[in-house]
Design a protein around this ligand. Structure first.
Ligand SMILES: *Cc1c(COP(=O)(O)O)cnc(C)c1O
Length: 245
């Protein structure tokens, strides 16, 4: 637990330093705790240490931790691949933002369900900026079109974009991913699409958060650097067959 508290402090220091370097205000960069595989107890410690946004990749984990986390005030985002048969559950478990919206058919089904339940949901559009087959997200060239279509769905509120950068030791290539997301954001803003808010850029993780902050991230998603290594490889979360739907 002490580790979690001091690790969050260390992340805040990294945010501050990166912001200083990039001439940005650290208040512009929110921290999301990437809590896959993390116990509810450890998540609570992190929330008590001052973090307030968590992100989960799987409905099953949200469900398992739901009761235990009720006692701490927090905001819950979904950052994993969402299958359309799980839409009901992200609403049932009070997810307030879906960061991984990457296709119109999912958005349309989500809209239907939201209308039925008389609810609204914030979303970020996930863009595949690395070009890797294994990663989800709309292709960069199709992002604006998707935003325009989703913008017509009344109960869905677009708040920004999300991406997972390339895993690479070559910082330039990682940086290109984040710069691409920023440039897509700028071009969508220029289109002035009604009902579209493009403030949020969710990008950067334990290994590349400084680069993301330098390129304009407003939210970084950090797991390992706070909670330690996970027992499952990330491919378990990211490489699920796209056919499963
Ligand atoms: C796990 C995960 C993260 C955090 O990754 P770390 O390297 O552990 O910081 C960020 N974003 C998504 C979508 C994730 O699945």
């Amino acid at each position: 637990m002490n580790n979690i508290v001091s690790n969050i402090q260390a992340i805040q220091n990294r945010i501050n330093e990166a912001c200083e370097k990039a001439n940005r205000n650290p208040n512009e960069v929110k921290l999301l705790l990437a809590t896959k595989t993390v116990s509810a107890e450890n998540i609570k410690h992190a929330i008590e240490a001052g973090a307030c946004i968590i992100g989960e990749n799987k409905i099953q984990e949200i469900k398992e931790k739901y009761e235990s986390l009720k006692s701490v005030v927090h905001e819950k985002h979904f950052i994993g691949h969402l299958q359309s048969n799980k839409i009901k559950e992200i609403l049932r478990y009070e997810v307030s933002c879906l960061q991984s919206l990457d296709r119109l058919d999912l958005a349309e089904k989500l809209q239907q369900r939201l209308a039925t339940e008389n609810k609204e949901l914030d979303v970020y559009i996930q863009v595949n900026t690395s070009g890797e087959e294994s990663k989800f997200g709309v292709a960069p060239n199709d992002a604006t079109t998707l935003v325009k279509s989703v913008a017509t769905l009344k109960n869905i509120n677009i708040k920004g974009l999300m991406t997972i950068g390339l895993f690479s030791a070559e910082h330039n290539k990682v940086r290109q991913c984040f710069a691409l997301l920023k440039s897509i954001q700028q071009s969508i803003i220029r289109e002035n699409i009604e009902g579209v808010d493009m403030k949020e850029l969710s990008m950067g993780m334990s290994g590349d958060m400084e680069i993301a902050i330098e390129e304009g991230a407003t939210m970084i998603r950090v797991g390992t650097a706070i909670f330690g290594n996970r027992i499952y490889p990330d491919s378990y979360y990211w490489n699920e067959s796209k056919a499963v739907n």
